[in-house]
Design a protein around this ligand. Structure first.
Ligand code: BEZ
Length: 255
């Protein structure tokens, strides 16, 4: 696994941790699937398919789906569901005018060169094909990022180069879509505070390793403990229930 590319964030994907700590991610994908409204027989590319949980939903709705992900571990998990999937770097999509739609849920914020990604998405689509996606938009997990950065700095570690995510405004993303030749149908930012079934510690274990990479185990633990302490004031309800400060960017565009 860990298919590190020039654009990669340094995130280490583990399908087991993901299933345990982030199974809510595909469960919250219903609205973007509704926006896609896949029709039986349509050829759809699921970009950043993760462990294939939502890809499976598209298959159940009758679409002919290919899942792609940069993580071998995630692609293996998708294939175990009987779904066609390939390891592909989203910045170098190898498809040529073959899909009716490109779909993506909770993945595009990991892809740090959006223009390269969207140029490949446009090329992958048949003329008039649709791009429907949801991912972290401007302001997403702002409190979590601030607490991680403050905790690193408290231990004398620069956070420079450690922030692994791309959370654009609607204006910025619409402009890139238009630059590569899309027409934007709808684009919006949706605040969506999201309960975390395994708490903030589970979320940090699954997603925050780019902030902590290269640090000794003791130091990592101390930074995570401090992050939890800072966040307990804003994202814990005092009864032990944690919520992540998610903001979704949801977009529909056509080629
Ligand atoms: C998100 O879905 O917004 C997200 C998930 C993991 C890390 C950062 C953002």
């Amino acid at each position: 696994m860990d298919n590190i590319t020039p654009h990669a964030s340094g995130q280490k994907w583990n399908a087991g941790h993901y299933a345990e700590n982030a199974h809510f991610v595909p469960q919250l994908g219903h609205d973007v699937v509704k926006l896609l409204s896949p029709q039986p027989g349509q050829r759809i590319l699921d970009l950043g398919c993760g462990d294939g949980a939502l890809t499976e939903r598209l298959v159940q709705l009758g679409a002919d789906v290919l899942g792609v992900d940069s993580s071998e571990d995630m692609v293996d998990a998708t294939r175990k569901r009987g779904i066609n999937a390939r390891v592909v770097d989203a910045h170098e999509l190898p498809f040529d005018h073959e899909f009716d739609a490109v779909f993506s849920n909770a993945a595009l914020h990991w892809m740090l060169d959006p223009q390269a990604v969207l140029a490949g998405v446009k090329r992958a689509l048949k003329p008039g094909g649709r791009f429907v996606a949801e991912f972290g938009g401007h302001g997403n997990v702002a409190a979590i990022c601030t607490a991680l950065i403050a905790s690193l700095q408290f231990r004398g570690i620069s956070a420079r180069g450690r922030h692994p995510w791309y959370f654009p405004t609607t204006e910025e993303y619409a402009s890139i879509l238009q630059t590569v030749g899309f027409k934007v149908d709808t684009i919006e930012l949706i605040p969506r505070p999201t309960p975390l079934p395994t708490g903030m510690a589970g979320w940090l274990e699954t997603f925050a390793n780019p902030f902590l990479s290269g640090l000794e185990e003791d130091l990592r633990h101390s930074i995570i403990d401090n992050t939890l302490m800072l966040l307990s004031h804003s994202l814990n309800d005092g009864q032990g229930n944690w919520t992540a400060d998610y903001v979704r960017l949801r977009v529909s565009a056509h080629a």
